[in-house]
Each structure stands twice: as C-alpha cells, then as structure tokens.
Ligand binder design. Structure first.
Ligand SMILES: NC(=O)C1=CN([C@@H]2O[C@H](COP(=O)(O)OP(=O)(O)OC[C@H]3O[C@@H](n4cnc5c(N)ncnc54)[C@H](O)[C@@H]3O)[C@@H](O)[C@H]2O)C=CC1
Ligand SMILES: O=C(O)[C@@H]1CCC=N1
Length: 263
C-alpha cells in the first residue's frame, strides 16, 4: 500500500480525500494532509482519521504519491517549497487547471514523475471524472498507479495536455453549470407551488437519472430527448422555449469562456 499526500485540502482536495477513503482505495492512516494556514485541515484529519501534517515538507517526507490541490496562484510557491525534499521515485500529481506541465517542470527542474490530473467534485462520492495527462518521462507502471487511484473515485480519460483545458472545463467546471440548471429547474417548481425540498429532490434525481440512463445504455442525448418528447405533448413545448432562449448556445459560450477558447 502506498502512502498518499494531499497538499491543499479545500473543495477539491477534500473531495479527493473523502472519495479515496470512501472507496477504500486507502486506509485513512495512509493519507497525509497539509493545508497551509487553513485551520480546517486539522479538523478534517480528525474527522476522517487521517494524518495531519503541520507543513507541506512533512507530507512530502512521508508519502509516495503527492497530490497538489492548491490554487494555481499558490502552486509555484508550493512547488519551490517542496522541491528540496522530493526524491526521484515520488509521483507529483498537480490538479491545477491552467498551470502547464512546462511551468511545473521549469520549477521542479530534474523531477521526472509529474502528472497533471484534473478531477471534479463528484469524486467525493466516487462519481468523479478525471482527465489525466502524464509527463513523457512517467513510466507505464507509474501511470497505472495514477489511473488506479483516480478510477477508485470515478471514471478517467487519458488525454494529451493540449486537451486538458477543455477536458477540465467539460468535466471539472460543469458540475457548477449543472448545479445552476438544477437550481433553475427547482426555482421553476417552487414558482408553481412545490416546496423547495420537493423541487430539489425532483430536479436532482431527474438529472442523476438522466445521466445514469445515458451512461448505462450508451444512449445518445438526442435519443433520450426524443423519447421524452411525446407527440404534441408537454416536453416539446418546453424544449422549444429552451431553444428560443438559447440554452445550447449559452452552454457553448460558457465552455468557451471557462476554457479560454477564442473561436
Ligand atoms: N474546485 C474544483 O471543482 C476543481 C478544482 N481544481 C483545481 O484544484 C485546485 C484547488 O482548487 P479548490 O479546491 O477549488 O480551491 P480551494 O481554495 O477550495 O482549496 C485550496 C486549499 O489550499 C490551501 N492552501 C493555501 N495555501 C496553501 C499552502 N501554501 N500549502 C498548502 N495548502 C494551502 C487552502 O487553505 C485551501 O484549503 C486548483 O488548482 C484548481 O484549479 C481542478 C478541478 C476541479
Ligand atoms: O474554477 C476553477 O478554476 C476550477 C478548475 C476546474 C473547476 N474548478
């Protein structure tokens, strides 16, 4: 069993931590976490029975796989800080969006085993989606270990780094887009008289069920949409309004903005 370190236990770091423990991929005592000046990290370690480290150095000195889950602005200083304590066979996994492999390598210079992996928040309940892009120097054995780790908390896709920004938008940012949709759906239900509780149960379960049936039956979204739209029925009237108000284009523009696509 490998020792896993997580540096930065905020929204994403804590989701990865909980997912790894929930999936039983690791025993809590094999996970070492640090959180800068955040007072919450010690409490998280206590709640989940994993190892709290006062410093990032202490995480590096006790682990084989180090997951960096700090925001991109902080990442350079964290990389500089841990660099002197890294040994050659430790794996560094950066979850930072928009912080390139070249930028990481420029700081870590000779360190070889670097992987960029962009997971998402549903990793917390082992329903994550992680896009993974390894440095060229990463061995097949190391990549396999990283794949197994993220497969424990959801699905994975190995992509070229050139596709990582768009992958991190489609899977990493989209839970926020989906949450907005669920909230809007529930608002409409409340407007029509449902209680907030009823409206959230219905909208959350409908979104979960829709994605589940698409995945389980390899169904195209259009097939599901067509199947729901009874001839002359209620759904097609709603679809016409979604098209009128530009849902599809709004989503495309949102993705372009998140992924900084200029097209
Ligand atoms: N939030 C998300 O859904 C996703 C986030 N990411 C990436 O994950 C990274 C973290 O994002 P969030 O979790 O949203 O941010 P966050 O702000 O919730 O968490 C960052 C954590 O790092 C801690 N921290 C700050 N300075 C530190 C230091 N010097 N040493 C150790 N820990 C320190 C903070 O106390 C905080 O708990 C980012 O690079 C982001 O691009 C990637 C995919 C999805
Ligand atoms: O908002 C962000 O920058 C991060 C990266 C992907 C999801 N959240």
């Amino acid at each position: 069993m490998k020792q896993i370190g997580i540096i930065g236990v905020g929204h994403l770091g804590s989701a990865i931590l909980q997912g790894l423990i929930f999936s039983q991929y690791v025993t809590p005592q094999d996970v070492f976490i640090s959180g800068g000046t955040s007072g919450k990290t010690q409490q998280i370690a206590k709640d989940l029975d994993c190892q709290f480290c006062l410093t990032n150095r202490a995480v590096v000195e006790q682990t084989d796989i180090i997951i960096l889950a700090v925001i991109p602005r902080i990442l350079p200083s964290v990389l500089e800080e841990i660099k002197p304590y890294l040994s050659g066979n430790q794996m560094i996994i950066s979850t930072a969006a928009s912080f390139t492999m070249a930028q990481i390598q420029e700081i870590l210079t000779s360190h070889q085993a670097i992987i960029r992996a962009i997971p998402n928040i549903p990793s917390r309940v082992c329903q994550g989606m992680t896009a993974i892009s390894p440095a060229k120097q990463v061995t097949n054995k190391q990549l396999e270990i990283v794949k197994q780790l993220f497969m424990a908390i959801g699905k994975i896709a190995i992509v070229d780094e050139s596709k990582l920004d768009i992958s991190s938008t489609i899977a990493g940012c989209s839970p926020a887009y989906v949450a907005l949709f669920i909230e809007a759906l529930a608002d409409a239900g409340v407007l029509a008289g449902l209680t907030r509780e009823e409206a959230y149960l219905m909208s959350k379960q409908a979104v979960l069920g829709s994605a589940s049936v698409l995945l389980a039956q390899s169904m195209l979204p259009a097939e599901l949409k067509d199947g729901v739209c009874s001839p002359g029925g209620t759904t097609i009237r709603g679809i016409a309004q979604l098209e009128k108000y530009g849902l599809r284009n709004a989503v495309i523009e949102a993705v372009k903005a998140s992924a900084k696509i200029k097209a």
